[in-house]
Design a protein around this ligand. Structure first.
Ligand code: ASP
Length: 286
């Protein structure tokens, strides 16, 4: 199991699911649900920082080794968007539901309506309102979007990605995280990749798909993550300030090898492999 940022509790939940006989898909969903429910995590789910208008809107997706995928964007008032994404994948003919339609689907499928804006997130929003300066913030307390990949004992690979998106984003903004091929991509024959950071840079380079395709051509997960980051740096280095220019990738392949890399310093990831969990600093390009 590998997850973006320091997410030991999430990785422990995935590990437990695998030990209980769950699939890689069960494991990544279990992992994503941990920060989604944590009010102290300001970048995912319940307690996530709101948009400029004070609304918490969530993006998430999930994908299995067969290429089945589910995704929700701009979802309000539901604590576990990753589980809604899984339901969409398993029970509808569609991949992505958005906004009011996603909420309607969630409520019809037994998900409860919850006020996601915690007093602490509201206080941070009110603080932000004083200046109203919109600037994408990266490496927020080192636990932005959680992207998680797992491979189970049958060699099945799955991934999930969940986020409240950039803090104080424009109302209606959707990032890379729920977009299959951008925030997450899995090919059961090759491997999987996940992204965190400034979603606009990942969406326009289709980063996770790119990394999986690079692995298909023989690159290791580490080499593929580095190449994915290099593409972003080459294309966008003159457009963004150093302090907002962050993207981090994690990847695994079918052999169980992993890789991680980011644009600037500050990206780390959590790895559970061979009965050991560790938090590791990823390398960075600039
Ligand atoms: N990638 C997410 C987004 O752009 C944010 C993040 O990872 O912090 O919505």
């Amino acid at each position: 199991v590998i997850a973006t940022w320091e997410n030991e509790a999430a990785v422990a939940a995935a590990r437990q699911r695998l030990l209980d006989g769950g699939t890689a898909l069960d494991a990544v969903e279990a992992a994503a649900r941990v920060p989604e429910a944590d009010p102290e995590n300001f970048t995912v789910g319940y307690g996530g920082l709101p948009d400029r208008d004070g609304e918490v809107t969530l993006d998430a997706c999930i994908m299995n080794e067969k290429g089945d995928a589910g995704s929700v964007t701009f979802l309000k008032n539901i604590k576990h968007p990753v589980s809604v994404a899984r339901k969409i994948m398993e029970e509808t003919p569609h991949v992505m539901l958005s906004g009011a339609g996603a909420l309607q689907f969630a409520l019809a499928n037994g998900f409860e309506k919850t006020d996601l804006l915690t007093p602490e997130a509201n206080a941070r929003w009110e603080e932000w309102l004083v200046e109203k300066e919109y600037k994408p913030a990266v490496n927020i307390e080192r636990h932005d979007t959680i992207g998680v990949l797992a491979i189970d004992d049958k060699g099945r690979i799955s991934g999930a990605c969940t986020t409240s998106g950039m803090a104080f984003k424009m109302h209606g903004r959707v990032g890379d995280s729920p977009i299959i091929g951008a925030g997450l991509y899995v090919d059961g024959e090759i491997g999987g990749a996940c992204a965190t950071g400034l979603g606009e840079l990942v969406m326009t380079t289709l980063g996770s798909f790119l990394i999986v395709e690079l692995m298909r051509r023989g690159l290791s997960p580490q080499e593929a993550c580095e190449e994915g980051i290099r593409r972003i740096v080459e294309r966008y280095k003159d457009k963004y300030d150093y302090d907002e220019f962050q993207v981090g990738y994690i990847a695994i392949n079918k052999e169980g090898e992993h890789g991680a890399y980011s644009v600037v310093e500050g990206f780390n990831y959590t790895l559970y492999q061979k009965e050991k969990t560790s938090v590791v600093e990823a390398g960075n390009m600039i």
